[in-house]
Design a protein around this ligand. Structure first.
Ligand SMILES: Nc1nc2c(ncn2[C@@H]2O[C@H](COP(=O)(O)OP(=O)(O)OP(=O)(O)O)[C@@H](O)[C@H]2O)c(=O)[nH]1
Ligand SMILES: [Zn+2]
Length: 205
């Protein structure tokens, strides 16, 4: 584990278009001496209903400013976020973990530079690599620790990404079911989805 500690720093009521959630803030104090990590990592959990009597629906959403805020049609993030909140609302219970590894961990400015390279014909992975990054630099340690802090040992995970399933399972959170994160594809992000399917093993469909 890369954290000295993971602490809940806030827990407040959070009314939304999808219904009443609680919003919780968590901070993980990173073990000193790791040059690739910030000193403190933070994440947000939206919690609805009873999350303890059975494995709840959980979505781990990585920050995508362009998709989440501006509803970019370069990627599926905005629609996936709404789909996940809708699934939690329909169930009346569940957890959305929002963590801030923007651009699969390369940061916003690098992601915008990756967009430039994609405009010149590279796919998302080739663009990351041309900029000197890995295809996906994320780790899912903080979301895992947040689930533990919430007292949730087993989940039904909304994802198409097998890496997220194995990241949870290696740290002791059981994924009892995978729920599809697929949303209707727009022509503007067909290639983005295809690259995830072909090169990152995403279980699209
Ligand atoms: N580097 C890079 N990151 C992107 C790009 N478009 C979106 N992202 C980031 O991709 C992350 C979302 O991850 P995805 O790989 O789309 O999906 P996932 O969350 O791993 O998998 P699912 O759970 O199936 O949705 C967020 O951190 C976004 O900021 C892009 O063009 N380049
Ligand atoms: Zn996105």
């Amino acid at each position: 584990m890369s954290f000295v500690s993971v602490n809940k720093v806030a827990d407040a009521q959070f009314p939304t278009r999808w219904g009443q959630f609680r919003i919780l803030g968590f901070e993980g104090l990173v073990t000193p001496g790791n040059p690739t990590r910030k000193a403190v990592e933070s994440g947000v959990a939206l919690v609805m209903g009873d999350i303890h009597s059975k494995p709840p629906i959980v979505r781990i959403h990585s920050q995508c400013l362009t998709g989440d805020v501006f509803h970019s049609l370069r990627c599926d993030c905005h629609d996936q976020l709404h789909k996940a909140l809708g699934m939690i609302a329909a169930e009346g219970a569940g957890i959305l973990l929002y963590e801030n590894q923007e651009g699969r961990g390369i940061g916003l400015m690098a992601k915008l530079r990756a967009y430039e390279l994609q405009d010149q014909g590279l796919d998302t992975i080739e663009a990351n690599e041309q900029l000197g990054f890995e295809a996906d630099q994320r780790n899912f340690e903080l979301p895992t620790e947040m689930l533990k802090a919430l007292g949730v040992p087993a989940v039904r995970l909304i994802t198409n990404n097998p890496e997220k399933v194995s990241a949870l399972e290696t740290t002791g959170i059981r994924v009892v079911e995978r729920l599809s994160a697929t949303i209707p594809t727009e022509p503007t992000f067909e290639r983005y989805i295809e690259t995830k399917r072909e090169k990152m093993g995403h279980l699209v469909g």
